[in-house]
Structure formats: C-alpha cells, structure tokens
Design a protein around this ligand. Structure first.
Ligand SMILES: [Zn+2]
Length: 56
C-alpha cells in the first residue's frame, strides 16, 4: 500500500483539474445523497458525481 488516495480524473476528458464540491440539498433529490461529492472539470466544463470519476 503505497498510495491511499488516488487522484480523481474526469471520465470525459481525463483531466485532473477538478473542483470537488459537496452537492448539498437540491430540489430534485431532496436530502437524499446531499453528502455526495460532486466534481467539476475545468478542462471540459462537465460536472459529475464522485462515483463516476475515473480513479485509475
Ligand atoms: Zn473533463
């Protein structure tokens, strides 16, 4: 075990220039999953949830 945390990468373009944000409460999901983390890619501008991020 050398690395414990892998860097998340954009699943669309492979960039690692991501902003990590807590999703928070939304109208569509209510409080369900409000602690999920959301990423925004600076290179392609897409947003995606943490489980969609590419950690390879
Ligand atoms: Zn991207």
């Amino acid at each position: 075990m050398t690395k414990q945390t892998k860097k998340a990468k954009c699943p669309f373009c492979g960039s690692d220039k991501l902003t990590k944000k807590k999703r928070g409460w939304t109208l569509t999901t209510g409080i369900y999953g409000m602690n999920n983390m959301r990423y925004k890619c600076h290179d392609c501008g897409k947003k995606f949830m943490e489980h969609k991020a590419d950690f390879s």
